[in-house]
Design a protein around this ligand. Structure first.
Ligand code: ADP
Ligand code: MG
Length: 250
Protein backbone atom coordinates (compact mmCIF):
# COMPACT_ATOMS: atom_id res chain seq x y z
CA UNK A 1 0.00 0.00 0.00
CA UNK A 2 2.94 2.30 0.73
CA UNK A 3 6.31 1.95 -0.98
CA UNK A 4 9.05 4.50 -0.29
CA UNK A 5 12.40 4.09 -2.01
CA UNK A 6 15.58 6.15 -1.76
CA UNK A 7 13.89 9.16 -0.22
CA UNK A 8 16.12 12.20 0.24
CA UNK A 9 15.05 15.54 1.66
CA UNK A 10 17.13 18.53 2.70
CA UNK A 11 16.24 21.91 4.13
CA UNK A 12 19.08 24.16 2.98
CA UNK A 13 22.30 22.51 4.12
CA UNK A 14 20.52 20.13 6.50
CA UNK A 15 20.03 16.64 5.11
CA UNK A 16 16.93 15.55 6.99
CA UNK A 17 16.16 12.30 5.14
CA UNK A 18 19.10 10.42 3.67
CA UNK A 19 17.93 7.54 1.53
CA UNK A 20 14.91 6.19 3.38
CA UNK A 21 13.28 2.96 2.18
CA UNK A 22 10.05 1.86 3.82
CA UNK A 23 7.16 -0.30 2.73
CA UNK A 24 3.85 -1.14 4.33
CA UNK A 25 1.64 -3.91 2.99
CA UNK A 26 -2.13 -3.52 2.77
CA UNK A 27 -3.50 -3.81 6.30
CA UNK A 28 -0.03 -3.44 7.78
CA UNK A 29 0.79 -1.33 10.82
CA UNK A 30 4.24 0.26 10.94
CA UNK A 31 5.42 2.24 13.95
CA UNK A 32 8.23 4.73 13.39
CA UNK A 33 10.35 5.56 16.43
CA UNK A 34 13.42 7.73 16.79
CA UNK A 35 14.86 10.77 18.53
CA UNK A 36 13.49 14.26 18.16
CA UNK A 37 14.80 15.82 14.94
CA UNK A 38 15.48 12.47 13.24
CA UNK A 39 13.09 13.27 10.37
CA UNK A 40 9.92 11.39 11.39
CA UNK A 41 7.48 14.22 10.73
CA UNK A 42 9.24 15.16 7.51
CA UNK A 43 8.89 11.55 6.34
CA UNK A 44 5.12 11.61 6.89
CA UNK A 45 4.82 15.05 5.31
CA UNK A 46 6.61 13.81 2.18
CA UNK A 47 4.11 10.94 1.86
CA UNK A 48 1.34 13.50 1.73
CA UNK A 49 3.35 15.74 -0.62
CA UNK A 50 3.24 18.49 2.01
CA UNK A 51 7.00 18.52 1.37
CA UNK A 52 8.57 18.05 -2.04
CA UNK A 53 11.17 15.32 -2.07
CA UNK A 54 14.67 15.92 -3.48
CA UNK A 55 15.10 12.35 -4.69
CA UNK A 56 13.37 9.03 -4.40
CA UNK A 57 9.89 7.70 -4.99
CA UNK A 58 6.75 7.39 -2.91
CA UNK A 59 3.92 5.18 -4.14
CA UNK A 60 0.58 4.74 -2.45
CA UNK A 61 -1.43 1.81 -3.76
CA UNK A 62 0.76 1.76 -6.85
CA UNK A 63 0.34 5.45 -7.62
CA UNK A 64 3.35 7.77 -7.63
CA UNK A 65 2.77 10.66 -5.22
CA UNK A 66 3.17 14.20 -6.49
CA UNK A 67 4.41 13.39 -9.99
CA UNK A 68 3.39 12.05 -13.36
CA UNK A 69 5.91 10.03 -15.31
CA UNK A 70 6.24 10.41 -19.03
CA UNK A 71 9.13 9.75 -21.37
CA UNK A 72 11.26 8.71 -18.39
CA UNK A 73 10.85 12.11 -16.75
CA UNK A 74 8.87 13.29 -13.77
CA UNK A 75 6.46 16.19 -14.02
CA UNK A 76 4.94 17.63 -10.89
CA UNK A 77 1.20 17.15 -10.71
CA UNK A 78 -1.17 20.11 -10.62
CA UNK A 79 -2.99 21.22 -7.49
CA UNK A 80 -6.16 19.29 -8.28
CA UNK A 81 -4.36 16.01 -8.90
CA UNK A 82 -2.36 16.46 -5.69
CA UNK A 83 -5.54 17.24 -3.76
CA UNK A 84 -7.08 14.05 -5.17
CA UNK A 85 -4.09 12.00 -3.95
CA UNK A 86 -4.15 13.65 -0.54
CA UNK A 87 -7.83 12.89 -0.14
CA UNK A 88 -6.94 9.18 -0.03
CA UNK A 89 -4.30 9.63 2.68
CA UNK A 90 -5.53 10.42 6.17
CA UNK A 91 -3.27 12.37 8.49
CA UNK A 92 -3.67 12.91 12.22
CA UNK A 93 -1.38 15.37 13.98
CA UNK A 94 -0.16 15.85 17.52
CA UNK A 95 -2.29 19.02 17.73
CA UNK A 96 -5.72 17.86 16.65
CA UNK A 97 -6.38 20.80 14.30
CA UNK A 98 -10.17 20.58 14.55
CA UNK A 99 -12.23 23.50 13.26
CA UNK A 100 -13.16 25.28 16.49
CA UNK A 101 -16.15 27.13 15.06
CA UNK A 102 -17.77 23.91 13.79
CA UNK A 103 -19.54 21.19 15.76
CA UNK A 104 -18.14 17.70 15.87
CA UNK A 105 -20.56 16.53 13.18
CA UNK A 106 -19.78 19.53 10.96
CA UNK A 107 -16.06 18.81 11.35
CA UNK A 108 -16.65 15.31 9.98
CA UNK A 109 -19.01 16.30 7.16
CA UNK A 110 -16.95 19.16 5.71
CA UNK A 111 -14.34 17.31 3.63
CA UNK A 112 -16.47 14.38 2.43
CA UNK A 113 -18.93 16.93 0.99
CA UNK A 114 -16.38 19.54 -0.13
CA UNK A 115 -13.65 17.25 -1.44
CA UNK A 116 -15.32 13.92 -2.28
CA UNK A 117 -18.64 15.41 -3.39
CA UNK A 118 -20.82 13.29 -1.11
CA UNK A 119 -24.34 14.54 -0.47
CA UNK A 120 -24.87 16.13 2.94
CA UNK A 121 -27.12 13.20 3.92
CA UNK A 122 -24.60 10.52 2.93
CA UNK A 123 -21.80 12.43 4.64
CA UNK A 124 -23.84 12.60 7.85
CA UNK A 125 -24.53 8.87 7.79
CA UNK A 126 -20.85 8.23 7.30
CA UNK A 127 -19.84 10.75 9.98
CA UNK A 128 -22.09 9.10 12.57
CA UNK A 129 -20.66 5.70 11.71
CA UNK A 130 -17.13 7.01 12.32
CA UNK A 131 -18.18 8.70 15.58
CA UNK A 132 -19.49 5.34 16.81
CA UNK A 133 -16.18 3.81 15.82
CA UNK A 134 -14.27 6.15 18.15
CA UNK A 135 -16.92 5.89 20.89
CA UNK A 136 -18.21 9.47 20.62
CA UNK A 137 -21.59 9.06 18.94
CA UNK A 138 -23.23 11.06 21.73
CA UNK A 139 -21.07 14.18 21.17
CA UNK A 140 -21.97 15.11 17.60
CA UNK A 141 -23.37 18.51 18.58
CA UNK A 142 -20.49 19.49 20.86
CA UNK A 143 -17.87 22.05 19.91
CA UNK A 144 -14.22 20.98 20.18
CA UNK A 145 -13.54 23.25 23.18
CA UNK A 146 -16.22 21.38 25.15
CA UNK A 147 -14.27 18.12 24.79
CA UNK A 148 -11.19 16.77 26.55
CA UNK A 149 -7.92 16.50 24.61
CA UNK A 150 -8.39 12.75 24.29
CA UNK A 151 -11.90 13.21 22.92
CA UNK A 152 -10.69 15.90 20.49
CA UNK A 153 -8.02 13.57 19.19
CA UNK A 154 -10.59 10.78 18.76
CA UNK A 155 -12.72 13.24 16.76
CA UNK A 156 -9.69 14.11 14.64
CA UNK A 157 -9.24 10.38 13.95
CA UNK A 158 -12.95 10.03 13.08
CA UNK A 159 -12.60 13.01 10.74
CA UNK A 160 -9.71 11.30 8.96
CA UNK A 161 -11.73 8.06 8.75
CA UNK A 162 -14.68 9.92 7.23
CA UNK A 163 -12.62 10.28 4.04
CA UNK A 164 -12.21 6.47 3.96
CA UNK A 165 -8.51 6.81 3.17
CA UNK A 166 -6.35 3.98 1.88
CA UNK A 167 -3.58 4.90 4.25
CA UNK A 168 -3.61 6.54 7.67
CA UNK A 169 -0.62 8.54 8.95
CA UNK A 170 -0.35 9.47 12.63
CA UNK A 171 2.29 11.94 13.80
CA UNK A 172 2.74 11.47 17.57
CA UNK A 173 -1.03 11.35 18.13
CA UNK A 174 -0.75 11.13 21.92
CA UNK A 175 2.20 13.45 22.58
CA UNK A 176 0.09 16.51 23.35
CA UNK A 177 -2.21 14.68 25.78
CA UNK A 178 -2.21 14.54 29.55
CA UNK A 179 -1.00 11.07 30.58
CA UNK A 180 -4.44 9.93 31.76
CA UNK A 181 -5.90 10.59 28.27
CA UNK A 182 -3.32 8.66 26.26
CA UNK A 183 -4.95 5.27 26.79
CA UNK A 184 -8.29 6.10 25.17
CA UNK A 185 -6.57 7.29 21.99
CA UNK A 186 -4.26 4.26 21.83
CA UNK A 187 -7.34 2.03 22.28
CA UNK A 188 -8.86 3.59 19.15
CA UNK A 189 -5.60 3.08 17.23
CA UNK A 190 -5.47 -0.56 18.31
CA UNK A 191 -9.06 -1.05 17.18
CA UNK A 192 -8.28 0.45 13.76
CA UNK A 193 -5.19 -1.74 13.43
CA UNK A 194 -7.23 -4.86 14.21
CA UNK A 195 -9.88 -3.78 11.72
CA UNK A 196 -7.28 -3.93 8.95
CA UNK A 197 -6.47 -0.29 8.29
CA UNK A 198 -3.07 0.38 6.76
CA UNK A 199 -1.28 2.67 9.21
CA UNK A 200 2.02 4.42 9.81
CA UNK A 201 2.25 5.66 13.40
CA UNK A 202 5.08 7.89 14.60
CA UNK A 203 5.09 7.35 18.34
CA UNK A 204 7.07 7.34 21.55
CA UNK A 205 4.68 4.78 23.04
CA UNK A 206 6.92 1.73 22.91
CA UNK A 207 4.29 -0.46 24.62
CA UNK A 208 1.80 0.40 21.90
CA UNK A 209 4.35 -0.31 19.18
CA UNK A 210 5.14 -3.69 20.73
CA UNK A 211 1.47 -4.73 20.74
CA UNK A 212 0.03 -3.13 17.63
CA UNK A 213 2.83 -2.91 15.05
CA UNK A 214 3.80 -5.67 12.71
CA UNK A 215 6.87 -3.64 11.82
CA UNK A 216 8.90 -1.12 13.78
CA UNK A 217 11.25 1.28 12.02
CA UNK A 218 13.96 3.07 13.99
CA UNK A 219 14.90 6.33 12.30
CA UNK A 220 17.99 8.24 13.41
CA UNK A 221 19.53 11.26 11.67
CA UNK A 222 17.43 10.69 8.57
CA UNK A 223 18.32 7.03 8.12
CA UNK A 224 16.50 3.80 8.81
CA UNK A 225 18.96 2.25 11.26
CA UNK A 226 16.94 -0.87 11.89
CA UNK A 227 13.53 -2.28 11.03
CA UNK A 228 11.64 -5.47 11.63
CA UNK A 229 9.03 -7.04 13.89
CA UNK A 230 8.69 -5.45 17.35
CA UNK A 231 10.03 -8.58 19.04
CA UNK A 232 13.27 -8.00 17.16
CA UNK A 233 13.71 -4.21 17.02
CA UNK A 234 12.35 -3.44 20.50
CA UNK A 235 13.42 -6.51 22.47
CA UNK A 236 16.55 -7.71 20.69
CA UNK A 237 17.86 -4.73 18.70
CA UNK A 238 20.87 -5.57 16.57
CA UNK A 239 22.18 -2.02 16.23
CA UNK A 240 23.93 -0.14 19.04
CA UNK A 241 22.11 3.09 18.10
CA UNK A 242 18.74 1.38 18.56
CA UNK A 243 19.79 -0.08 21.91
CA UNK A 244 21.06 3.26 23.08
CA UNK A 245 17.83 5.02 22.08
CA UNK A 246 15.64 2.46 23.81
CA UNK A 247 17.73 2.59 27.00
CA UNK A 248 17.78 6.37 27.02
CA UNK A 249 14.04 6.81 26.60
CA UNK A 250 12.56 3.84 28.48
P1 ADP B 1 11.11 14.68 14.06
O1 ADP B 1 9.66 14.67 13.66
O2 ADP B 1 11.75 13.34 14.01
O3 ADP B 1 11.32 15.33 15.39
P2 ADP B 1 11.38 16.57 11.88
O4 ADP B 1 11.06 15.82 10.65
O5 ADP B 1 10.32 17.45 12.44
O6 ADP B 1 11.92 15.55 13.00
O7 ADP B 1 12.65 17.47 11.65
C1 ADP B 1 13.89 16.95 11.23
C2 ADP B 1 14.86 18.09 11.02
O8 ADP B 1 14.42 18.89 9.93
C3 ADP B 1 14.97 19.01 12.21
O9 ADP B 1 16.34 19.37 12.35
C4 ADP B 1 14.14 20.20 11.81
O10 ADP B 1 14.62 21.36 12.42
C5 ADP B 1 14.30 20.23 10.31
N1 ADP B 1 13.15 20.81 9.62
C6 ADP B 1 11.91 20.27 9.59
N2 ADP B 1 11.07 21.01 8.84
C7 ADP B 1 11.81 22.06 8.38
C8 ADP B 1 11.53 23.20 7.55
N3 ADP B 1 10.33 23.39 7.01
N4 ADP B 1 12.54 24.04 7.30
C9 ADP B 1 13.78 23.84 7.83
N5 ADP B 1 14.10 22.80 8.60
C10 ADP B 1 13.14 21.92 8.89
MG1 MG C 1 7.93 15.21 14.65
Amino acid sequence: MLEITGLHKSFGQAQVLRGVDLSVRRGGVTCVIGPSGSGKSTLLRCVNHLEKVDAGRIEVDGELIGYRESGGRLHELGDRAIARQRARIGMVFQQFNLFGHLTVLQNLVEAPVGVLGLSKEDAMVRAREKLRRVGLADRENAYPRQLSGGQQQRIAIARALAMEPKLLLFDEPTSALDPELVGEVLAVLRDLAEAGHTMVVVTHEIGFAREAADEVVFLDRGEVVESGPPSQVLDRPAEPRTREFLHRTH
